[in-house]
Ligand binder design. Structure first.
Ligand code: PGA
Length: 261
């Protein structure tokens, strides 16, 4: 069975002090949760908060550290960038690659996402590779084609076992930060399509193992329905990950469904 994931993407929010306060709050609230039932919990603060949050998590509370981006070269003349070994050095385990905000505002391409995924996996970390269509593409009936193409390029030349341990997040761009959630059955349909694409370009075994999340206005009121779908393995969460109470509700919702599935 694929272990569910609840991953918070804090985006451009929170100072070091605020980041520490949030993660301490989450830690306390989930302290007594059943270790066998709890999903993989990930928090992804801004770069400046990563080390301070890492220091709190070091004592092992089952919360993993994620970074919101990285560069694919290890070091060199690349002003402003942060590399995978540098993130590994401060105990980052997961790295988001190709978030739609990076594609939209910073011109990130699928080729760049592929280079990032390769670098992340080469250093033994786990990429959370984001894909998803814009509203215009959905309205033009291009959703399946767009998502299939993104995933095919993003995963190009990765070995079967690398794909199996990766994470994909299907995040329809029109659902991110808008309060409009993609209907659960439709999200599940696209996620199934992504899984079949992985089977085509890699293997059925890799497709069965890869964890595929839904992202886009996930809230405590939507998580149980989302998690009860056959192919949705968890959520990548923006807004609702910034409040400990909401984030913990998402973790709880995931546990409720998994135990009754
Ligand atoms: P949202 O963001 O939950 O605020 O819609 C999701 C994301 O961008 O990963």
């Amino acid at each position: 069975m694929r272990k569910p994931i609840i991953a918070g993407n804090w985006k451009l929010n929170k100072t070091v002090e605020e980041s520490i306060a949030l993660v301490e709050d989450i830690k306390v609230k989930i302290m007594d949760f059943d270790k066998d039932q709890i999903p993989t919990v990930i928090v992804s603060p801004v770069f400046t908060s990563l080390k301070s949050v890492a220091d709190i998590l070091e004592h092992g509370q089952g919360i993993y550290l994620g970074a919101q981006d990285c560069y694919w070269e290890d070091s060199g003349a690349f002003t402003g960038e942060v590399s995978v070994p540098m993130l590994k050095d401060i105990c980052v385990t997961y790295i988001i690659a190709g978030h739609s905000e990076r594609r939209q505002y910073f011109g990130e391409t699928d080729e760049a996402v592929n280079l990032k995924a390769k670098a992340i996996l080469a250093h033994g970390l786990i990429p959370i590779i984001c894909c998803g269509e814009t509203l215009g593409q959905r309205e033009a009936g291009q959703t399946d084609e767009v998502v299939k193409n993104q995933v095919t390029v993003d995963l190009k030349d990765l070995a079967e076992e690398q794909i199996a341990k990766s994470v994909i997040a299907y995040e329809p761009v029109w659902a991110i930060g808008t309060g409009k959630t993609c209907e659960s059955r439709e999200a599940n349909r696209v996620i199934k399509l992504i899984r079949d694409t992985v089977a085509e370009i890699s293997s059925r075994d890799a497709a069965d193992k890869i964890r595929i999340l839904y992202g886009g206005s996930v809230k405590p009121s939507t998580i149980e329905e989302q998690m009860s779908q056959s192919d949705i393995d968890g959520a990548l969460v923006g807004g609702a990950s910034l409040k400990a109470e909401d984030f913990v509700q998402l973790i709880k919702g995931t546990m409720l469904i998994r135990t009754s599935k």
